[in-house]
Design a binder for this molecule. Structure first.
Ligand SMILES: [Zn+2]
Length: 263
């Protein structure tokens, strides 16, 4: 009995941490279908989870001040899993910024897509989207960096399956914030290297110009208050805007993605 309770509790915590609403759906199923067998419960859970995530939540989230990011040909999640786990909600202003940046970016770099990673959950300010403690108010989003292929041509391919964890390391003579943070004992600073889910597209190279242009498009928006990228990339791309900040050693390194937040 206790084993069963602990098992249920662990599943509820896991689903809540990763999807926000999954734990509640699970509770509804185990209480609503008490006398049914586990296979039926699993099928009903999956069906309910999908229907609630794709139909119900997007209708309710605006009452909590958040909307699902509207995807287009040029604005897309790195993986369908970001959508399936409800990690794609933002305040309406952020959705507008994303639409405008994606559209303008494609205009100047034909075919280039703005690919996003973790944003926020649909409900409750203060509810963090782990492992990003600050993604808790609808005003934060991570987007991928841009790369060139082996022939020097801009591509929408990325070097990691999740979109996180493959770093554009400091080169010789560049300031190495990573070493500084790790020497201070912040062991978690390069933890996302374990979150790649696999390294792919080994031919890719960091695209200096394209990344600079993308960051500048975000900076132009008045509502964008801060952008986090690693200090060596800030100086390599000659970005002098005061909105570009160092996130601190208690966070994780930002040379695998760009963090954008609104005021
Ligand atoms: Zn972030």
């Amino acid at each position: 009995m206790i084993f069963k309770l602990v098992k249920h509790l662990l599943v509820i915590i896991f689903l809540t941490v990763f999807t926000q609403i999954g734990g509640v759906v699970y509770l509804l199923v185990i209480f609503g279908l008490k006398n049914f067998d586990n296979k039926i419960k699993l099928v009903v859970f999956l069906l309910m989870y999908v229907i609630i995530s794709f139909v119900v939540v997007p209708c309710i989230s605006p009452y909590f001040g958040r909307v699902r990011i509207v995807n287009s040909d040029y604005l897309q999640p790195r993986s369908f899993l970001y959508t399936l786990t409800n990690r794609n909600y933002v305040v309406p202003e952020m959705n507008e910024v994303l639409q405008s940046v994606a559209e303008n970016y494609e205009k100047s770099k034909s075919g280039a897509k703005l690919i996003y990673l973790d944003a926020n959950f649909p409900f409750f300010n203060g509810f963090p989207l782990l492992p990003h403690l600050s993604h808790n108010d609808g005003k934060k989003i991570d987007v991928t960096l841009m790369y060139k292929d082996g022939k020097g041509k801009l591509t929408n391919r990325k070097p990691s399956i999740s979109g996180y964890g493959v770093y554009e390391e400091p080169i010789e003579k560049e300031y190495n914030q990573i070493d500084v943070c790790k020497q201070k004992g912040f062991w978690q600073y390069d933890f996302p290297k374990y979150l790649t889910f696999g390294r792919i597209n080994l031919d890719l190279e960091f695209a200096n110009e394209a990344n600079k242009e993308l960051i500048n498009l975000f900076l132009k928006h008045q509502k964008v208050s801060k952008i986090f990228i690693e200090p060596h990339l800030k100086s390599r791309l000659k970005l002098n805007n005061s909105k570009i900040r160092f996130h601190g050693c208690q966070a994780v390194r930002h040379d695998d993605h760009i963090h954008v937040q609104l005021r």
